[in-house]
Structures are given as C-alpha cells and as structure tokens.
Design a protein around this ligand. Structure first.
Ligand code: PGA
Length: 232
C-alpha cells in the first residue's frame, strides 16, 4: 500500500520538520510506503521510513525557468518522488497533457517515482462511467505505459469538497485503470480518517493520496496503520 500526503501550499520548513518527526515515530514499523509532498520551500533530506517528495518541478536539470525548480535543486534533498498532473496544476496553472507527458518522461528517465494524477470533472461524471473512462484514457494517451509509475485516480469534484464517489464507483474505476495500465492505482479526493478503512479495503485500491486530512500527522499515521491492517 502507498499512503501519500499532499500538503499543497500549507506548512513551512519548520512545520514540516516537526510533522516528519511525529509521523516517523508513529509509522516506523509500517509495511506501507509512506510519502509526504510538502511545498518546495519545505523540501528536506529525510532519512527514515517516511519519504519526502515534490509536488512539482520543471523537466530540466537547471536553467532559465523563473519560479521553477529542476533536478539540481531536488538532488540537494535526495528527492525521488514527484506528483505529476495534479488537477490543481491542470486547472489553475493550465498544464496540458503534452507538458504533463514531457514532465513524466523526464522524471521517469531520471529514476523518479512518479505519482501521475488523473481525474474527471463533475460534468463528465454526470454523463456516466463510460464517459469517465474515455476521459481518463485520453489523459493517459501521451503517457508511456511501459514506464514504472503509480496512478492516482482523483475525481476533481471530490478534491477538497468532502464529497466522494460511492465505494462501488471508486472500485470500478480503479479496477479498469489497473487492467488498462498494469500499475498500482491510488484513490484521492476527500479521503479522511473516517472513510479511509472502507476506501483502503476496496479490492482494487493500492493506497490513497490525501490532501487536507494529511496535514495532521497523527491522523495521517492512523491511515497508515489502517493500510497495514487491510494489506491485501
Ligand atoms: P483532498 O485533496 O484530500 O483535500 O480532497 C486530495 C488531493 O488533492 O490530492
């Protein structure tokens, strides 16, 4: 199981360090893969059970890309995980499939563990599962499925809203993504302590990508214990 926490634009370097100390103590003996994604300013070298990944980076070693960071900056912290294609970057920062694929190619070629996020809007979900799958397929079209990576299925309408698809809806999509890609598939979108047992217990769920509910280390640690317990 993979339990990943996306801090988005929350927490400072100091706050992230305190968080890591608390989380590490709780999950030390976990059989799950535990990774947090703090803001770039809070990246740090952390040698322990918990891995620290980056929410974003530019597909370059270094160069004239104002406001972005590249491999050189990530290497300073031995960062090896990256989120690519998160819906907030697609929607707010206007990242398109072509650019997402460029990032994907660059970071997989540089041995990063990529969590590729895909997910549909509410309009598409209302048209039914077939349309959702068509849309997700399109988001994967430029992605080289022969590479080693993890998919996070995150319906946009479930992110930060407290609303989630039904368990059957989640499992059905995860199952199809599994079949299509042969990759591990995580679910993300309003995962919290109270719904994590049922989501993590779904037959096709390989873990979760948690936003808001990952900000409290003890709650996040409890989700890791749940993942250990339901380990399939
Ligand atoms: P949320 O965010 O858990 O706050 O809904 C999930 C995500 O954006 O990855």
């Amino acid at each position: 199981m993979i339990i990943a926490g996306n801090f988005k634009s929350f927490k400072t370097r100091e706050g992230t360090k305190e968080y890591l100390e608390k989380l590490e103590a709780e999950v030390l003996n976990s059989s799950s893969e535990v990774v947090i994604f703090p803001p770039s300013t809070a990246l740090q070298s952390w040698k322990g059970k918990v891995s620290v990944g980056t929410q974003n980076a530019y597909p370059t070693e270094n160069g004239a890309f104002t406001g972005e960071i590249g491999l050189e900056q990530l290497e300073e912290f031995q960062t090896k995980y990256i989120l690519i294609g998160h819906s907030e970057r697609r929607e707010i920062l206007k990242e398109r499939d072509k650019f997402i694929a460029e990032k994907f190619d660059f970071f997989t070629e540089n041995s990063f563990k990529v969590i590729l996020c895909i997910g549909e809007s509410l309009e598409i979900r209302r048209e039914g599962e077939e349309k959702v799958l068509e849309f997700l397929n399109r988001q994967l079209e430029k992605i080289d499925l022969s590479k080693d990576f993890v998919i996070a299925y995150e319906p946009i309408w479930a992110i930060g809203t407290g609303i989630t698809p039904t368990l059957q809806e989640i499992d059905s999509i995860l199952e199809k993504l599994h079949k299509l890609s042969g990759k591990k598939v995580l679910y993300g979108g309003s995962v919290k302590l109270s719904n994590s047992v049922e989501i993590l217990s779904l037959p096709n769920c390989d873990g979760v990508l948690v936003g808001g509910a990952s900000l409290e280390p003890l709650d996040f640690a409890k989700m890791v214990s749940i993942a250990d317990e339901v380990q399939k």
